[in-house]
Write a protein that binds this ligand. Structure first.
Ligand code: HEM
Length: 460
């Protein structure tokens, strides 16, 4: 394999996932023991460490997968190898910068992007390099694009715009007007998620068409309809993030309609694909196939939850409770992570089909993943319902009393979270091992390490 940077992106992504899982578990432990490490790393620091690491997993894994697919499976000559190397170095150095920013308490950013906003500049630069490399490569080499090329291209462009939009609050004209500020802020987060969904769903369709060995499934009317629905959702489906803001009710209804139909269509696409596969197809990419089926189940569960809490009367009670967390983690783990696991398993079976992977860790890891994620999700919902009851229906009960009454629910969150963590660690380490072994020629690693050391030394 000539260009191994795609694999380095994947290894970096899996490492971010493992770090994220560690902080997730720590955060869950702090629910039970609120004083745990409070003086060193309190919950309000652990949370951004967790959220940023897990979001980085999604974005980096999607990026690495796309680079891999276009160069190693489609065999397209990348417009510039220098750009992909620079992209990788920028992301790894910025990643370290983000952790340093959290550790030193420089958390002037907002909500999901809590790190120092200056670090967004290199992140944007990395995305621009990715965009240039992607479009130059695809436009020069491919005619009549299948849907996934459109999805990836759209995801990259919108990611650049919405990441910038999420920082419009730095401009006084936005910051000084509360409604404008909060509308743009939450709109940008919704569309930011929509942008990475474009990348991840594009990956799902790509893998499905490759497992089926039928390109026509990525060119049909249904998938293009799905693409336009996804695009509409990306641009207008953020309304549920701005629920508290006074807007016209029809805007919310349209947005909800769009986001629900997108999921229904995704379920339809996966089920039709599943029906059309032969036994041989399923066997040859066994793990990728199984993770895509798990994703289908989670799209279904999240659809039910989202349908319920999109009803304004219900949304009123779920806002600010663990039901929202169940929704975020249900989608980022249940849908995004399972599709991305499918992607990395697909890549692993492509780079080395005869590679001996630890079957025990993979088989039991996957089963544990499914069971513990489900139980974890249910307990988050229970915690949400209990908190909502306390917020709206109980009187004269202090916050601390409500927290004490949730002790066993929090304990269950931790226990199932631990199960989930063990499963992710076993799957993640197996994949990291295979990918690292594939990088037989260590030159790249040495080159990157050396460059990194120089940059870090320079920074200090
Ligand atoms: C493996 C065990 C995990 C545990 C124990 C865990 C635990 C937690 C906890 C305690 C929070 C904070 C919720 C709050 O604000 O009170 C959280 C938030 C979050 N986690 Fe996890 N997590 C885990 C894995 C993951 C993974 C693998 C992902 C994604 C790939 C993820 C994505 C998120 C997101 C997006 C949030 C923000 C939720 C929101 O603000 O709505 N988590 N997690």
């Amino acid at each position: 394999m000539k260009n191994k940077t795609a694999l380095l992106f994947l290894i970096l992504a899996l490492t971010a996932l493992l770090i994220g899982v560690f902080f997730g578990l720590l955060a869950a432990l702090q629910y039970i023991i609120p004083d745990l490490l409070k003086d060193y790393i309190p919950f309000n620091k652990v949370r951004p460490f967790h959220v940023t690491s897990t979001i980085s997993w999604i974005v980096l894994c999607a990026t690495g997968s796309i680079y891999f697919f276009i160069t190693q499976i489609e065999h397209l000559k990348l417009f510039s190898s220098k750009l992909i190397h620079t992209h990788f170095i920028i992301f790894i150095v910025t990643g370290i910068g983000i952790y340093v920013s959290f550790l030193t308490g420089k958390m002037e950013g907002r909500e999901y992007l809590a790190y120092s906003p200056i670090l967004t500049i290199p992140i944007l630069l990395g995305w621009i390099l990715f965009g240039v490399n992607y479009f130059k490569t695809i436009i020069q080499n491919v005619k009549n694009w299948p849907v996934y090329y459109w999805m990836w291209g759209t995801g990259i462009i919108f990611m650049i715009y919405h990441l910038s939009e999420a920082h419009f609050w730095l401009i006084p004209n936005f910051r000084e007007y509360f409604i404008r500020d909060i509308s743009v802020q939450w709109k940008s987060y919704g569309s930011f998620v929509g942008s990475w969904n474009m990348l991840v769903y594009g990956i799902a369709i790509y893998i499905m068409s490759k497992i089926k060995k039928d390109e026509s499934s990525a060119r049909g009317k249904t998938v293009f309809f799905f693409y336009f629905l996804g695009l509409t959702n990306l641009m207008f489906g953020w309304a549920h993030h701005t629920y508290i803001i006074p807007t016209q009710p029809w805007i919310r209804y349209v947005a909800y309609g769009v986001s629900m139909t997108e999921w229904i269509l995704l379920i339809y696409i996966i089920r039709e694909w599943k029906k059309s596969l032969t036994k041989e197809d399923k066997k040859s990419y066994c793990m990728a196939y199984k993770f895509l089926i798990t994703a289908d189940f989670w799209v279904f569960l999240n659809l039910i939850l989202a349908l319920l809490f999109s009803i304004p009367a219900i949304n009123f009670f779920t806002h600010g409770t663990h039901i929202t967390v169940a929704h975020s983690m249900g989608t980022t783990i249940g849908i995004n992570t399972t599709i991305l696991f499918a992607s990395v398993f697909f890549i692993v079976s492509k780079i080395n089909p005869s590679f001996k992977i630890n079957q025990f860790a993979v088989k039991y890891g996957r089963n544990l993943f499914r069971i513990s994620l489900f139980l974890f999700w249910i307990t988050l919902l229970i915690a949400g319902v209990k908190k909502s009851y306390w917020m709206y229906f109980s009187e004269n009960i202090f916050f601390s009393e409500m927290q004490d009454s949730l002790y066993y629910v929090y304990l269950a969150i931790f226990v199932f979270g631990m199960g989930l963590a063990i499963s992710i660690i076993s799957l993640g380490t197996v994949l990291i091992r295979v990918l690292t072994k594939t990088l037989k020629n260590q030159e790249n690693l040495v080159l990157y390490s050396a460059t990194l050391l120089i940059i870090i030394n320079y920074q200090y």
